[in-house]
Design a protein around this ligand. Structure first.
Ligand SMILES: [Zn+2]
Length: 363
């Protein structure tokens, strides 16, 4: 069974197939209007995320399929203490494919381990959000015409921003990618991302303090929200916040063909005077999210009948029951019956990483 838990679950070839299918859907939407007739998508949203849920719902409706599910754990059996594994087994009797959003990190992995139908991770805590990554890749492809040989600036919260981590991971498999990291000291990209992703895949990166100094070199500027609560005190936040706000003035040095992406919602990090600029691609990006989810649903349903298509949920060399995950928000620490599972880390430490959430074991 093929699931989508993390963007790297898809091979480069599979990723290309999904993006090509999305482009074909955009070119001729009528052709696909009954492609999922008689099929049901279950949207299991344990925390509200109206935008992502509506995007999945619209995607399935445009394919002629049906949607069922819940939009908040309070309205489901979860409020009675049902585990993610049990909910998945129940939903398997009602639907053909699942899209799951959960506040517990690793929930989609546990769901996939207990499912006979494909599971799509629609966001698990701050761990992964692969359909946003597919959206970003399709947007880059449509706006720039290619995904390789690009210089991409990431600006804002690079420490906690899961969309940034996922996109850098996905881009690291393409040729000629250069990454420019624009963030305040407190919100720099974590070391494990630099070591396990950039260094390991030979992706050059530079860290800078302001977007002005690199603006002219960028093909893509990926903006994210800088949240006040990430800072120790308000003075510190006030001191740096303007460096990470994009406005029309700062765009003067940008290339005419550069594109600005943002996973949305924005607060104030992109001034509204940028919205009318043709380089602002973030509202087109939202629509791409629907198209890429249509392509993903179609492909996963097709691959569900292909015995050669499988997602490796736990590698053969995983260690069972030995370590405890240090991440309090990991599903292995929040639900009963979830076995401790660690894989060898792909970095110089020689340590282990939690299969559900990628965290290290407790000392
Ligand atoms: Zn964990």
């Amino acid at each position: 069974m093929k699931h989508l838990i993390d963007p790297t679950d898809l091979s480069e070839r599979e990723l290309e197939e999904i993006i090509d299918l999305a482009l074909d859907i955009i070119a001729d939407r009528n052709k696909y209007s009954e492609a999922c007739k008689g099929k049901k998508l279950a949207t299991l949203f344990y925390e509200p995320s109206t935008r992502t849920r509506l995007s999945f719902t619209a995607a399935m409706m445009e394919l002629g399929g049906n949607v069922l599910g819940f939009s908040d754990a309070k309205n489901s059996s979860v409020s009675k203490g049902e585990t993610c594994a049990d909910t998945t087994k129940v939903i398997n009797c009602f639907a053909d494919i699942i899209a799951m959003r959960h506040f517990e990190e690793g929930a989609a992995t546990v769901s996939a381990m207990n499912s006979r139908i494909p599971v799509i991770n629609a966001g698990d805590g701050s761990h992964s959000h692969p359909t946003q990554t597919l959206t970003d890749l399709l947007t880059i492809k449509r706006e720039i015409g290619r995904i390789d040989n690009l210089t991409i600036g990431f600006c804002g919260d690079l420490k906690f921003g899961r969309t940034v981590h996922s996109l850098i991971k996905a881009l690291s498999r393409y040729k000629g990618i250069k990454v420019v990291l624009i963030a305040p000291e407190q919100l720099r990209l974590p070391d494990y991302m630099k070591e396990e992703v950039c260094d390991r895949n030979g992706v050059p990166y530079v860290e800078v303090d302001t977007m002005d100094e690199v603006m002219g070199e960028l093909d893509v500027l990926y903006m994210t929200r800088v949240q006040k609560e990430r800072f120790f005190d308000e003075d510190e936040y006030d001191r740096v916040k303007d460096f990470f706000v994009l406005d029309a003035e700062k765009l003067k040095n940008a290339r005419p063909e550069m594109r600005i992406l943002h996973p949305l919602p924005r607060v104030n990090e992109i001034s509204t005077d940028v919205d009318a600029d043709p380089r602002a691609a973030y509202f087109r990006q939202v629509e791409n999210g629907k198209f890429v989810r249509m392509a993903l649903i179609l492909k996963l349903l097709e691959w569900a009948n292909d015995p050669t298509k499988n997602t490796e949920l736990a590698p053969a060399d995983a260690v069972r029951g030995k370590y405890i995950c240090r991440n309090k928000r990991c599903i292995s620490n929040m639900e009963v019956g979830v076995e401790s599972l660690f894989r060898p880390a792909h970095d110089h430490t020689g340590g282990y990483r939690c299969v559900y959430c990628e965290s290290k074991p407790k000392d």
